[in-house]
Design a protein. Structure first.
Length: 465
């Protein structure tokens, strides 16, 4: 009998694995568990915010404000359709704070950590889920990484809260309880890059106060670096020769974007009365610092972006879309994605087949992943912008800014969020959810029936460019 016939007979005789249902694969696959967990917490948070004890008034629409606020808090964005300071009660503020902490730390990460504390161990599925959400490189690191992430988050938030509490107590409020609550709330909101504030004008009233702006900016940058970078910095310190490619890209990229953002913001807004022109010299420096830090997915604002120049808004769009570091509380396509694509383009221009960064080669799979993240992000922003243009009467400039702010989980707005119809709010909620979970994760969760291809097709080279 020919060899091909024997192979065919063996294949037919071999038992075929039982196929799982789509629902089973959706519930058991770690990558798909993360969106479901976020969705469940959003629904629970919205339900709590709908309670009468959560809002100051008893009249008016509550379903959409509660749902939008819950999505914005869990996705650590900061876009709001109602005034956080006056619409919600202290209980509502506490619910928002818990949602921010859950969204920033990672819902599945927190659940896995609690399981570790209770049972002292986690199964394979738990390790896979935690690895997916924390970007841990191998299973042996999962347990230690979870505890390190928790310690780092609590430590930075505690230091920031202490600094803010002292300032609120000494300069703004003589009530220790109020000062402590405001310090803790804004510290958690800052480190998690959420942008929620307990003041109707956000941080505009503190635009010239370095004891408020600088601690918040420091917490925003720390949260935006990403937990892997923070852990590596604690372990390796300033020994640059030991820095990984990811660490170099994130740190150098962050410094460059902060300096470039400061320079551009100051150049465009320094003497404009609508933004920085009426502030003192120190206030202008603080305003320019905030103008480059807060768009890095933090969502706070110390100036009115509705009065900013189109040039400022355009550069802010770039900062928002790029975002911060991977596996942290920041949004956007991430610095590493942006720089890997930049190096790939540079090496292609130079005619080099292999992409190298810091004397290390970057695999084609990483380049494909970076390209996918960037293009899916562009597609999400373009699609969201088109939908917003269809359901609102605002200009492309304002709508594009709003769409990028939502997708990159930034929360900065030109002031149109309050006036959007319900259909536009649904678009922004979809963008926030997609941006927080990640376009790759959402796409993987949707593509339940995908299977690996067991053969290669003939190659063909289309003309590029």
């Amino acid at each position: 009998m020919p060899e091909t016939d024997r192979v065919a007979l063996r294949d037919r005789a071999a038992p075929r694995p039982k196929r799982e249902s789509r629902l089973t694969r959706a519930l058991l696959h770690p990558v798909r568990s993360v969106p479901l967990a976020f969705l469940a917490v959003i629904i629970l948070g919205a339900g709590l915010l709908m309670l009468p004890v959560s809002r100051t008034g008893s009249d008016g629409e509550i379903v959409m404000p509660a749902l939008f606020t819950a999505v914005s808090a869990v996705c650590v964005t900061g876009l709001i359709t109602v005034d956080t300071a006056t619409f919600w009660t202290p209980f509502g503020h506490a619910v928002i704070l818990v949602l921010i902490q859950l969204g920033g730390f990672g819902i599945m990460t927190l659940a896995t950590l609690l399981a570790l504390l209770v049972r002292k161990s986690i199964g394979l599925r738990g390790q896979l889920v935690a690895q997916s959400e924390t970007h841990t490189l191998n299973f042996g690191d999962v347990r230690s990484v979870l505890f390190r992430v928790a310690r780092i988050m609590v430590a930075i938030e505690a230091v920031t809260a202490l600094a803010l509490t002292l300032r609120f107590l000494l300069a703004y409020d003589n009530n220790p309880a109020t000062a402590l609550w405001h310090g803790v709330f804004h510290a958690v909101s800052a480190f998690n890059n959420a942008g929620f504030a307990l003041y109707s004008d956000n941080l505009v009233g503190f635009a010239e106060d370095p004891w408020i702006i600088i601690p918040i900016c420091a917490a925003v940058v720390a949260g935006g670096l990403g937990f892997p970078v923070i852990i590596q910095l604690f372990k390796g310190g300033l020994r640059f020769k030991d820095w990984t490619v990811h660490l170099r890209l994130t740190v150098y990229g962050t410094v460059f974007l902060l300096l470039a953002g400061f320079a551009f913001f100051a150049a465009f807004e320094w003497n404009r009365e609508e933004t920085l022109g009426t502030l003192s010299l120190g206030g202008k420096f603080l305003g320019s610092l905030a103008g480059t830090v807060f768009p890095r997915t933090a969502g706070f604002n110390s100036i009115d972006y509705g009065a900013a120049l189109p040039e400022t808004l355009m550069f802010t769009n770039i900062l928002m879309f790029v975002g911060g570091g991977s596996a942290g509380t920041a949004g956007g396509i991430k610095i590493t994605t942006f720089l890997v694509l930049g190096f790939a383009i540079w090496n292609e221009i130079r005619g080099r087949e292999q992409v190298t960064i810091a004397h290390r080669s970057i695999s084609p799979s990483v380049q494909r992943q970076a390209l996918s993240v960037a293009l899916l992000g562009v597609a999400a922003v373009i699609g969201g912008t088109m939908l917003l243009l269809m359901v609102t009467d605002y200009s492309l400039e304002k709508v594009l800014f709003e769409a990028i702010s939502a997708y990159a989980t930034v929360g900065v707005s030109t002031g149109i969020t309050y006036k959007l119809p319900a259909s536009a709010e649904w678009v922004l909620m979809a963008l926030m959810f997609t941006g927080r979970i990640g376009t790759i994760t959402v796409a993987s969760a949707i593509a339940l029936a995908s299977r690996p291809r067991l053969f290669n097709l003939p190659e063909e080279r289309p003309i590029i460019g």
